[in-house]
Design a protein around this ligand. Sequence first.
Ligand code: GRF
Length: 221
Amino acid sequence: MSSKRKPLQLAVLASGRGSNLQAILEAIREGKLSARVAVVISDNPEALALERARQQGLPALLVKPQAYSSKAAYEQKLVEICKSYQVELIVLAGYMRLLSSTFLKHFLNRVVNIHPALLPAFIGLNAQHQALEYGVRFSGCTVHFVDNGMDTGPILLQAVVPVCPHDTEDTLAARILVQEHRIYPLALELIAQGQVHLEGRRVWIEDWEKGSVNLWPGIVP
Ligand code: GRF
């Protein structure tokens, strides 16, 4: 998609490895995503995501929750940082904390997350383990807007992944991750292009509804 809009200013919040951050940065570099990562924030000093951001010359901030007197004070600090970088969209990418309304009220419908399961199934931690234990034949990943609940916000995009007979948590996670890296940048680009509209918990994608974009060629006519 080409665009004359200004690149969407992102803050990426990550607690760990940062492979989704990397996929987002690559999509930007390849011109597939009209966005700019203004700041990367982590709650974990060991997060590889911080290292990846620094390697790209991006502001990479460690904000330790333990340094604040309360969750509200910590989240207020996150709000201040995001506002100081003129962030338009908050992208949670393996961020291991639940954001409360202290934060969310400042970025209403402007916070997205990726979850490694087909929501509403298998919310919370160890979603791949939960999928294996349950015995589902398919799992996948979900990009959704963030509300006050755990993995409960309106769903933007999903991708389906088969569960194979001899899968371990790691092999399933790896298969899902390939799809995460595909749909997260795509979802962000749809937002960047102003194509995404919320109506209650339904998310409408403009050109897709009109039939001029096919997110699943070969699957949906
Ligand atoms: C991903 O599986 C994502 O779905 C989940 O946390 C993991 C983060 O991976 N929310 P990474 O840090 O982006 O590599």
